[in-house]
Design a protein around this ligand. Structure first.
Ligand code: RFL
Ligand code: PHB
Length: 391
């Protein structure tokens, strides 16, 4: 049986950042990833990095391309009633900012740097179960090249996302799962056209929410609210553009169209598993919690978790101290719930929900006006959006 210090299941942002943080402290790890390298490097997901995430990638020396290609944004726009209102993120947070840089680009950079350092990331290696988590020798079983193999470790980090297997290694009676399904989803498209805006636009409209984001100076990322059970076949290119034009409509502004090169539907949901650890198994990122995408927080929360885990593991390897490991879940959950609340609040404010009438519409508008006009309310949005330093 193969052995390592920390077995990491999943090569998403959580697993890869953890592997780098551990390596910086001379702790060895093996990453098992069920998909191929090509697949994980192409998967289009998040785009917004908090200041703290960018700072961490800088400290790890992993920001060479991010600094060149990432787009630093110092504000966002909220658009409603045909007008845009800027939330000056940096002015309201002592100079903090967000960086727009695709998750798959982060993943590419992290994989390349690990492999260049001679580290082990096994692609197309699907974990099928985790055993002995209550012992000092937990084991991950995985399928690789047609065989079932086992990897023994001091610790297992379950970074295998929302459909992973690690969470199910914790008996259901020992874990409590909190869930909320929002009755809305996002149809997301990537359009080969220069963004029509310099900053992200979050639009609230009677027809529903829309978001204008971007990936590069030549690629726009656009989202439009749709029902959670909607299907891509219902959305012709013409219908997508027509909805986007209507929801972003503002005098003197127009949305540039281009060929759609990717499309997908993402339901909005919240999930939190408590606690995030059991014995020698620690869950991190989407394996432990999901946030609706409106707050742009999932990737950033995954990075916060593994930062806490890496410090705790470092304390254990250096001096055998267990307190930080014991507090892992409670430390992480403080931030998790803050971010869940922020993401729930943004989702509630910006979407139209079934059954809402003119009364609720006016409540949405009143709240949006308050957020834009009150320095206190705008600061609350801004400090959460760029990422709270302490929670
Ligand atoms: P990931 O990225 O899902 O990685 C988990 C990895 O584990 C692998 N895996 C397994 N490997 C081995 N054995 C098994 N049995 C396995 N089962 C699964 C998977 O193949 C995968 O490679 O989880 P991680 O690392 O926790 O990272 C979380 C983020 O990916 C996620 O929270 C974000 O993408 C959420 N998100 C956003 N987050 C932000 O911070 N800012 C954003 O702007 C933002 N926008 C978004 C988003 C997510 C979206 N979708 C599609 C869900 C926009 C969208 C549309
Ligand atoms: C994105 O660019 O994909 C993105 C931006 C902001 C969000 C969610 C997704 O809130």
């Amino acid at each position: 049986m193969e052995r390592t210090q920390v077995a990491i299941v999943g090569a998403g942002p959580a697993g890869l950042v953890l592997a780098h943080l551990l390596a910086a402290n001379d702790i060895e790890s093996v990453v098992l990833e069920s998909r191929s390298r090509d697949y994980v490097e192409r998967r289009i997901r998040a785009g917004v990095l908090e200041q703290g995430t960018v700072d961490l990638l800088h400290q790890l020396g992993l920001d060479e391309r991010l600094r060149r290609e990432g787009m630093v944004h110092r504000g966002i726009e909220l658009r409603f009633e045909g007008r845009s209102h800027r939330i000056p993120l940096s002015d309201l947070t002592g100079g903090r900012a967000i960086t727009v840089y695709g998750q798959q680009e982060v993943v590419k950079d992290l994989i390349e740097a690990r492999l260049n350092a001679g580290a082990q990331i096994l692609f197309s290696a699907e974990a099928i179960g985790v055993d002995e988590i209550a012992s000092e020798r937990p084991v991950v079983h995985y399928r690789y090249e047609g065989r079932v193999e086992s990897l023994e470790a001091d610790f297992v980090a379950g970074c295998d996302g929302s459909h992973g297997v690690c969470r199910s290694a914790i008996p259901t009676r020992e874990i409590q799962v909190f869930q909320k399904e929002y009755p809305v989803a996002w149809l997301g498209v990537l359009a080969a056209v220069a963004p029509s805006t310099e900053e992200l636009i979050y639009a609230y409209h009677e027809r529903g929410f829309a978001l204008h984001s971007m990936r590069t100076p030549e690629l726009s990322r656009l989202y439009v609210q749709c029902p959670p059970d909607d299907r891509l076949e219902n959305w012709s290119d013409d219908r997508i553009w027509s909805e986007l034009h209507q929801r972003f409509a503002m005098d003197g502004w127009s949305l540039a169209e281009g060929p759609l090169v990717d499309r997908s539907i993402t339901p909005m949901r919240s999930v939190i598993a408590e606690p995030m650890q059991r014995g020698r198994l620690f869950l991190a990122g989407d394996a432990a919690h999901i946030v609706p995408a409106t707050g742009a927080k999932g990737l950033n929360l995954a990075v916060s978790d593994v930062r806490v885990l890496a410090s705790a593991l470092d304390a254990w390897y250096r001096s055998g101290r267990t307190e930080l490991l014991e507090c892992y879940s409670s430390t992480c959950l403080r931030r998790v719930w803050r971010v869940e609340h922020f993401s729930w609040w943004m989702t509630s404010m910006l979407h139209r929900f079934e059954g809402e009438g003119p009364f609720e519409h006016r409540l949405h508008l009143s709240e949006l006006r308050y957020v834009c006009e009150s320095a206190a309310a705008a600061t609350s949005l801004a400090e959460n959006y760029v990422g709270l330093e302490q929670v």
